[in-house]
Ligand binder design. Structure first.
Ligand SMILES: Nc1nc2c(ncn2[C@@H]2O[C@H](COP(=O)(O)OP(=O)(O)OP(=O)(O)O)[C@@H](O)[C@H]2O)c(=O)[nH]1
Length: 634
């Protein structure tokens, strides 16, 4: 579809983002509207869902793969006006001037933008000129870079390019993108995908889009969208732009280390209750799943405790000190009282640094804390500081909103409703429990079984940990104590087949739910991950529940991202199933170090469905999102 549109970047489109639903407000060509309405043009939709709404807008760019074509999306924000400018182009083109172009368009468009206006035909010509300007600048830059290259390097480059051309399309693209001079020589050559390469910078399928209603951002390629302000569209105000290039400093390959557990004989005296039955905002995420005294479980003799952490000094406002130092006490004070013209990156840095440290003391993975801070920074840059407001308060409020947004489930976590829906179709509802070794899969599977029984749902357990000696007996013990049937076939059987037979049996005997226990496995264990992938593919469960310990810090990211990655890579399906939800165990042992909840949700996008908080069958609750956010920021 997009190919036939063949849009030579000559237009600017504006779409409205309202609570994740895309609507076209401005459409200079009419095509984007059609794509969005028909849901064929989903790169923007995906960008909004995957980056902007999930506080991932600190990323430099986003790659969107569609059948037959791959696109790169880059964006920038005008927070003051609530606009997001998005450039979408075929990845194959490796355009070098997009960041520059985005910054130019952002500046120029802000000059003529009027929220009441819906058509900007007059911007077409400006856009064309800006594009030429950006192209020319990129060309100049490349030439000047080439000038300073040592002769032997140029020679090597030439050889490499030749080899690249010989090797095929992929290398050729790289050469064309990386070397302006040679690319010129290649004018008129055909790329293997059939696109004309008449100009090194020719954009055959790129488009420039502005999304209305966002956060401000001054970066041309790294920025965040203030989704919370979606409905508070800025009425007016034209700001001058400052382009600040930012980049993620996070090394995604950085190996994270698991935090040691602290074992103690006695549980800590005071525990924070993250599972209040009543939410201050009436949020249904905070419901006690199983309450009251239940029988304690066998094999749960260990009492885990963690040292309670000293309360961190909560004076985030000390972050304003460097600012005060730099700008002088009076001007700093004046700014916080009268309102600053526009927040700059340096104004935000101290507060963000303090906030990042605070998140990390709560066990939020460093990588996540950093990304969140980048996203919050980008959402605030260029914004006017409200009167009588300190930078630190503004930063804290923005972070609070971001955390709430991340932790609030976007999909239904009402299992009972889904169980009843499956029952109506005369199918058992199947939940597969997955996770690394010893995190509490079997124990919490039993808790979920108990909770379901409390809601008059009939349950069957499936002993599909055919790997670890003793696992079947452990599950059998839980089944006996809860008086529910268990389907087991012993050890060394293919767990995928055992699960399949269990589901067939449940269908025959009319069980409402099948809870499938699986072997614990390290995220790097390829044979076991392959077996899990097969189990999921073969049985297509209703819910793939990742069971993870609330004790993990940086390891949370590694575990979850690799589980998902392996499930995707090793699946034989073109549309592989990933983790649908999270069950966080051992919440009773972490005191206020609740960061794993945030890290896991952030990295997987899956909601926390349950929280295991003890060793009784009744110790299963739902996450109190507000309380978690409060604790994270305390
Ligand atoms: N304090 C506390 N302990 C828990 C909780 N959930 C599980 N445990 C304990 O964690 C330990 C491991 O639980 P299991 O259910 O055997 O873990 P598993 O993931 O099935 O283990 P593998 O089959 O080896 O992967 C047991 O001692 C449980 O009692 C919890 O919410 N709080």
């Amino acid at each position: 579809m997009l190919k036939t549109a063949h849009l030579h970047v000559s237009l600017c489109r504006i779409v409205v983002l309202e609570l994740g639903i895309l609507k076209v407000l401005l459409d200079l060509e009419g095509k984007v509207r059609r794509f969005i309405e028909l849901k064929r043009w989903s790169p923007i939709d995906t960008l909004i869902r995957s980056c902007l709404l999930e506080e991932r807008s600190g990323a430099a760019s986003y790659n969107y793969d569609a059948p037959g074509a791959s696109y790169t999306l880059k964006w920038t924000f005008h927070n003051e006006l609530g606009l997001v400018f998005v450039a979408v182009y075929q990845r194959i083109l490796h355009l070098l001037y997009v960041d520059d172009l985005l910054a130019l368009v952002r500046r120029e468009f802000a000059e003529i933008y009027d929220p009441k206006r819906t058509v900007y035909n007059d911007f077409d010509e400006t856009f064309r000129q800006l594009r030429m300007e950006a192209e020319a600048r990129a060309e100049e830059l490349k030439k000047s870079k080439q000038m300073v290259k040592p002769v032997n390097n140029v020679k090597k480059q030439g050889q490499a390019q030749k080899a690249g051309f010989d090797k095929g399309n992929k290398k050729r693209e790289g050469n064309l993108a990386a070397d302006g001079g040679d690319a010129d020589k290649g004018k008129g050559s055909k790329l293997e995908n059939g696109h004309s390469n008449g100009n090194n910078f020719e954009i055959e399928e790129s488009r420039m889009t502005a999304v209305v209603n966002g956060k401000e951002n001054t970066s041309s390629n790294v920025s965040a969208f203030d989704v919370s302000k979606l409905q508070k569209r800025t009425k007016s105000g034209k700001k001058t732009d400052t382009v600040v290039n930012k980049g993620s400093k996070v090394d995604p390959k950085k190996k994270v280390t698991k935090k040691n557990r602290v074992w103690d004989d006695a549980p800590p005296e005071t525990k924070l209750d993250f599972t209040d039955p009543v939410d201050e905002v009436g949020n249904e995420n905070i419901e006690v799943v199983a309450a009251g005294q239940g029988e304690s479980m066998m094999d749960m003799e260990e009492v885990i405790s963690s040292d309670s952490e000293d309360e961190e000094d909560d004076d985030v406002q000390k972050d304003s000190k460097p600012e005060a130092k730099k700008k002088g006490w009076f001007s700093s004070m004046f700014q916080s009282i009268a309102g600053k013209a526009n927040l700059e990156k340096e104004d935000l840095e101290p507060a963000l640094k303090a906030l990042k440290d605070r998140l990390m003391t709560k066990n939020v993975a460093e990588e996540i804390a950093e990304k969140l801070c980048e996203s919050v920074a980008a959402s605030l840059e260029g914004k006017k500081l409200a009167s009588f407001t300190r930078v630190s308060s503004t930063v804290q409020a923005a972070m609070e909103e971001a955390l709430l947004r991340i932790l609030t489930p976007r999909r239904s976590i009402d299992i009972l409703r889904d169980v009843h829906a499956a029952k109506e179709q005369r199918k058992p509802y199947v939940v597969v429990f997955v996770g690394v070794n010893g995190v509490g899969k079997s124990t919490n599977l039993a808790k979920v079984a108990y909770w379901l029984l409390q809601h008059n749902v009939s349950v069957m357990m499936a002993a599909c940990d055919t790997f670890r000696s003793g696992a079947v007996e452990q599950l059998r013990t839980h089944a006996r104590r809860l008086q529910i049937p268990i389907f087991e076939k012993g050890y060394e059987k293919d767990p995928a087949i055992v699960a399949k037979e269990a589901i067939q049996e449940a269908t025959r005997n009319g069980s409402d739910v099948v809870l499938v226990d699986t072997a614990g496995r390290m995220q790097d264990n390829e044979p076991l991950m392959r077996a899990l992938s097969k189990l999921i593919y073969l049985n297509n469960p209703d819910l793939v529940l990742f069971v993870g310990e609330a004790l993990v810090g940086n390891d949370a990211v590694d575990q979850l991202s690799k589980f998902n990655q392996k499930l995707a890579d090793l699946s034989t399906s073109s549309n592989p199933r990933l983790i649908d939800g999270i069950l966080l165990t051992k919440f009773d042992t972490i005191d206020d170090k609740v960061g794993a909840a945030l890290s896991m949700v952030y990295i997987s996008g899956a909601p926390v469905m349950f929280v295991g908080c003890g060793q009784s069958y009744t110790d299963l609750k739902k996450l109190n999102v507000k309380s978690i956010v409060k604790t994270l920021l305390k």
